[in-house]
Design a protein around this ligand. Structure first.
Ligand code: ZN
Length: 333
C-alpha cells in the first residue's frame, strides 16, 4: 500500500510531483503525488455539479491552486503535470468528456484539459501536461500501480457503489477501447436483471440490479421495510437476519458476480479486484458475489483470485496522477 505523507514532507525533499484529481458528482478530491506513487494529504471540495461544467472546472482549478500553493515560493517547478479522473466516458487522447450521466448536467462535451489549461495558465509558467481519464479507470490505475493489483500483469477492476463501473488493466495500462467505453461492466446484459431499467435507459443491464440504489429498490420491491433509507441499511438489516434484506443482497451481489464472470471468461485476467462502498460493505455482499462468480467459471479459471481494493478513496487520486506521470515521462523520452 502506498504510504501517505504530508505534502510538506514531500516538498522538503524537493521531489518532482504531479497533481492527481478525483472528480465525482458530489466531491472533488486531490493531492500531489510523486513518481513512486506516494500521495500527499488529500484535500477535497464539493462538486458544484448543478451549476454546470464551467463551475465544475472552476472548482477543480481552485483545488489545484490550493494543493500547489505551498510550492509557490519555488515557482511551481516541482509540479510537472496534472491528472484528472472524472465521472463520464472520457476521450483521454483529447481530454474531453464523451458522455456523462444526469449526475453531472452539461458535463458531456466538456473540454476538461483545455478548460483547465485556460484557467491555470496564469498559475504555471509553462504549458503543463494534463491527462484526463474516467474515474473508474483512474481507480484501477491506482490499484494497479501501488495497490491490490500491483503485482499482477492484468486485472479486472469492478467498482460497486452508487453505480457499477469497471476497468480492465493489461500490463499496467487501462484498456480504453476504440470508443472509450472498454470495461463498462455496468452496461453488460446480465442474467437475473430481467426488465429492470439501467441508468442508460436500457433494460437488463447489470447496474439496474447491482448498484447500491438498485439493491435498495430490490429490497423495497420484495416487500422490505419502507422506512429503510438506503443500500447501507439493507446490508445492515441483512446482517441482523432480515430475510428480505438477505435476499435483496443475494440478488444484487450475485448479479455483479455473474457479470464479472462473463468478463473473466472472455479476458482471463490474472486477478479480479472489487472496490466501492457496496463491494466493501462486508461478508454478506462479498460472499454472494464471489460464489456467483465462481459458479459460472469453467475449471481452468477456478483459481482466479478475487480480492478487495487496497487504496480506498486515494486510489483514483493516485491513478489520475499516474496518467499525468505517463504524459510527463512520454514527453521526457
Ligand atoms: Zn446500461
Amino acid at each position: 500500500m502506498s504510504s501517505v505523507l504530508r505534502a510538506s514532507e514531500m516538498i522538503a525533499v524537493g521531489a518532482d510531483l504531479v497533481v492527481g484529481i478525483d472528480l465525482g458528482g458530489t466531491k472533488i478530491a486531490g493531492a500531489v503525488v510523486d513518481a513512486s506513487g506516494t500521495v500527499g494529504t488529500i484535500q477535497s471540495h464539493p462538486t458544484p455539479a448543478a451549476q454546470g461544467s464551467s463551475a465544475v472546472l472552476d472548482a477543480v482549478a481552485a483545488l489545484i491552486r490550493d494543493l500547489t500553493t505551498p510550492l509557490r515560493r519555488d515557482g511551481f517547478r516541482q509540479i510537472l503535470g496534472i491528472g484528472i479522473g472524472t465521472a463520464g466516458v472520457v476521450d483521454s487522447h483529447r481530454g474531453r468528456i464523451v458522455s456523462a450521466t444526469s449526475a453531472m448536467p452539461g458535463w458531456a462535451g466538456t473540454e476538461v484539459a483545455g478548460g483547465l489549461r485556460t484557467r491555470l495558465d496564469s498559475l504555471f509558467h509553462e504549458e503543463l501536461p494534463i491527462h484526463v481519464q474516467n474515474d473508474v479507470d483512474a481507480h484501477a490505475t491506482g490499484e494497479s500501480w501501488v495497490g491490490a493489483a500491483a503485482d499482477v500483469k492484468s486485472a479486472l477492476v469492478v467498482a460497486v457503489g452508487t453505480g457499477v463501473g469497471g476497468s480492465i488493466v493489461i500490463d499496467g495500462s487501462v484498456l480504453r477501447g476504440s470508443r472509450h467505453v472498454a470495461g463498462e461492466i455496468g452496461h453488460l446484459p446480465t442474467a437475473g436483471v430481467g426488465e429492470l431499467v439501467c441508468s442508460c435507459g436500457r433494460p437488463g443491464h447489470l447496474e439496474a440490479l447491482g448498484s447500491g440504489p438498485a439493491l435498495h429498490r430490490r429490497y423495497l420491491a420484495l416487500g422490505g421495510m419502507t422506512g429503510c433509507a438506503d443500500a447501507r441499511e439493507v446490508v445492515a438489516r441483512a446482517s441482523q437476519g432480515d430475510s428480505t434484506a438477505l435476499r435483496a443482497v443475494e440478488d444484487s451481489a450475485s448479479a455483479v458476480g455473474r457479470a464479472a464472470a462473463a468478463v473473466v471468461t472472455v479476458l482471463d485476467p490474472e486477478t479480479v479486484v472489487l472496490t466501492g462502498s457496496l463491494a466493501l460493505s462486508g461478508r454478506l455482499w462479498w460472499g454472494a458475489m464471489e460464489s456467483a462468480l465462481r459458479r459460472e467459471l469453467i475449471d481452468p479459471l477456478g483459481g482466479i483470485p478475487v480480492i478487495p481494493a487496497m487504496l480506498g478513496n486515494a486510489a483514483a487520486v493516485i491513478g489520475a496522477a499516474r496518467g499525468a506521470w505517463d504524459l510527463v515521462e512520454g514527453r521526457r523520452q
